[in-house]
Design a protein around this ligand. Structure first.
Ligand code: SAH
Length: 238
C-alpha cells in the first residue's frame, strides 16, 4: 500500500480534503494510507517549544533542527526508503512527472514547516529533498503537502475510476489539455464544436491534438520548449 507520513505542527488539518472524494474513497478502500506525526510532541520544555530566533537576527522564528530531527527519528524506520520531502518555496518545482515518480514508489514522507522555515542543517543531516508547489508563499507546508499527496494518490491504481483519464491530462504529454464540452449542445448561444459531435474518432483526435498545442503555445510556451523535439515534430507534421 502507498503510504504517506506527514510531519506537521497542525495534525488536526489532516486528512482534511484528502479524506474526501477520489482520495478519500481510496483511503477508505485502503489503496493508500496516511499517518500524521505531531512535531510538537518532540518540542522542548514545558511549552514544547519547536522554534527559536533566527541566527543573525531578522523577523520571525525558525524551526529547530534538533526538534525536527527528534520527531523524524522517532517517526521513521531506518529502513524506510521513501523520499523525504520538505515543502519549501525554495525547493524544486513540483511537476506531474515528479508526482508519477512518487506514485510509482512506496510512498512519501512530507514535512511541513511553519514560521520562516527550518534550520538549514536538517536538510543535509536527514537527507531531505526540498519541493515547492509554486512561486508564491504559503503560511505553512500543510496545504502544499496536501497538494503533493493528492497529485500522487489520484495516480495510484484503482483510485481513479477510468485509468485512461490520467493519461490524456494536462502535462502528461508536455501539453496543456484540450478543452472539454458536455450537454447541452447549445448553451446561451454558444455551440459545441461540430467536430466533437461528428462521431469521427480520427477527426476528433486530430482536433484535440491541435487544440492542446494551440492552448499550450498561447498560455505556456515554456512547456513546449521544455519537452523539445518530440512536440515540435508533431507540430511540423500537422
Ligand atoms: N521564509 C520563507 C517562507 C516561509 S513560509 C521563504 O521566504 O522562503 C512557511 C512554510 O510554508 C515554509 O517553510 C514551507 O514549509 C511552506 N511553504 C510556503 N510556501 C510554499 C510553497 N510555495 N511550496 C511549498 N511549501 C511552501
Amino acid at each position: 500500500m502507498w503510504r504517506a507520513t506527514v510531519f506537521t505542527l497542525f495534525p488536526e488539518m489532516f486528512p482534511g480534503p484528502l479524506g474526501i472524494s477520489l482520495s478519500g474513497a481510496g483511503l477508505a478502500r485502503e489503496l493508500w494510507s496516511i499517518e500524521i506525526r505531531d512535531i510538537r510532541a518532540h518540542g522542548q520544555g514545558r511549552h514544547r517549544a519547536v522554534d527559536d530566533m533566527p541566527a543573525g537576527g531578522g523577523p520571525g522564528m525558525v524551526i529547530r533542527a534538533d526538534v525536527l530531527a527528534a520527531s523524524l527519528d522517532a517517526g521513521l524506520d531506518e529502513a524506510d526508503r521513501r523520499p523525504r520531502v520538505l515543502l519549501s518555496p525554495r525547493g524544486a518545482p513540483f511537476t506531474q512527472a515528479r508526482a508519477r515518480a512518487l506514485a510509482a514508489g512506496e510512498g512519501a514522507v512530507l514535512i511541513c514547516a511553519r514560521f520562516e522555515g527550518v534550520d538549514e542543517r536538517i536538510v543535509a543531516a536527514r537527507g531531505l529533498e526540498e519541493v515547492s508547489i509554486g512561486d508564491f508563499v504559503l503560511s505553512g507546508g500543510e496545504i502544499a503537502a496536501m497538494a503533493v499527496c493528492d497529485a500522487c494518490v489520484r495516480l495510484l491504481p484503482g483510485v481513479m475510476g477510468e485509468q485512461s483519464s490520467g493519461i490524456e491530462e494536462s502535462f502528461e504529454a508536455g501539453l496543456l489539455e484540450y478543452p472539454h464540452y458536455t450537454r447541452p449542445r447549445e448553451w446561451e448561444g454558444r455551440a459545441i464544436p461540430d467536430v466533437l459531435l461528428s462521431g469521427d474518432h480520427a477527426k476528433i483526435k486530430a482536433w484535440r491534438e491541435a487544440a492542446a498545442l494551440k492552448v499550450t503555445r498561447e498560455r505556456r510556451p515554456d512547456l513546449l520548449k521544455r519537452t523539445g523535439s518530440e512536440i515540435k515534430d508533431q507540430a511540423k507534421h500537422r
